[in-house]
Write a protein that binds this ligand. Sequence first.
Ligand code: SF4
Length: 117
Amino acid sequence: MRLRVRWDLLTRKSGRTITTSEDEIRSWAEEYANENGWVLNPDEKTLDTVIRGLARNKQKFGEQYCPCRFRSGDSEKDRAIICPCIYNRDEIAKDGHCHCLLYYRKDAAETLTGGIK
Ligand code: SF4
């Protein structure tokens, strides 16, 4: 059984209380991938690492900043790297996957797995 990691309550400036967890981010990422005709990285180890990084950034900074890119510390500039970042569509079209290896074009994922069921 997959260990469910739930972060403690996070409070935003608005006072709105939110909870986040790796499972919630993973579900969100699956939905986003489906909407775009992509899949998540079929390599569970890599996938878990990226999801954990997103959850960590969400907990630490209040936004799910890309775990594979440097934050400048300027919240306006860094909006570009809140997942899904502004680069993902171009990267996936060109390389078959985003920079973090979270989202994959189906054909690119199939080359990793020899075919997705
Ligand atoms: S590179 Fe991938 S994981 Fe990182 S922010 Fe962009 S879409 Fe998200």
